[in-house]
Design a protein around this ligand. Structure first.
Ligand code: GDP
Length: 197
């Protein structure tokens, strides 16, 4: 897929105020600092479409971008800020879970996992929740600058093996590096495939 246009549409805290559309929508989510903004910029060939890491505790928003005037890319606020208050964590949880459960045109949730670190409980718990609710999911292992790197291969294998304990069939997964521009064709190709169904 060639990116012809990528436009910011709206930021929301409430899923009911998201754009009214029947076009397919793809959400991107992960632990804060997982490389989500960099990935969104890399995928869309833009340098500043998504803003890279802010400070913990800033307003958490559901950000809609319209791509090629055909589908929506949604940048969801990251989870896992250590310093964030319980209240903010609860607000995040309510907002995100409502959006994910209620948004009718949502066709896939890309959950981003940092390939440079071993499996994290918070990621596994989030993926578990997505699976239990029967939501469409794919995984993107980020920051795989050197795909042959033994540590990265081990981390990805460990993550998949951990998931295998509870998943009969593993969700589709991709490997990406925004620094090395790895994964763009595969991820956009996957979106294309779903869009053309
Ligand atoms: P976000 O908080 O998930 O949106 O993450 P950002 O995109 O802001 O990235 C967090 C940090 O990871 C920044 O310092 C980025 O430069 C770095 N980063 C993001 N993607 C990559 C990548 O593919 N490779 C490397 N080496 N670093 C990355």
């Amino acid at each position: 897929m060639k990116i012809k246009s990528a436009e910011f549409v709206i930021s929301n805290t409430d899923y009911t105020k998201c754009p009214v559309t029947k076009e397919p929508e793809y959400a991107f989510i992960g632990r804060s600092n997982v490389g989500k903004s960099s990935l969104i910029n890399m995928l869309t060939d833009r340098t500043k479409l998504a803003k890279t890491s802010g400070k913990p505790g800033k307003t958490q928003l559901i950000n809609h971008f319209h791509i090629n005037k055909e589908w929506y890319l949604v940048d969801l606020p990251g989870y896992g800020w250590a310093q964030v208050s319980k209240k903010l964590k609860e607000e995040w949880s309510v907002m995100i879970k409502q959006y994910l459960l209620q948004r009718e045109n949502l066709v896939n949730i890309f959950v981003l996992i940092d390939s440079r670190i071993p499996p994290q409980k918070i990621d596994l718990e989030f993926i578990q929740w997505v699976g239990e609710n029967g939501l469409p999911i794919s995984i993107i292992f980020t920051k795989a600058d050197k795909t042959g790197n033994r540590k990265i291969i081990t981390n990805i294998a460990n993550f998949k093996n951990t998931l295998k304990k509870t998943w009969d069939q593993l969700p589709p997964s991709f490997v990406s590096s925004s620094a090395q521009k790895i994964g763009q064709d595969e991820i956009l190709g996957y979106i294309d495939q779903i869009n053309s169904k």
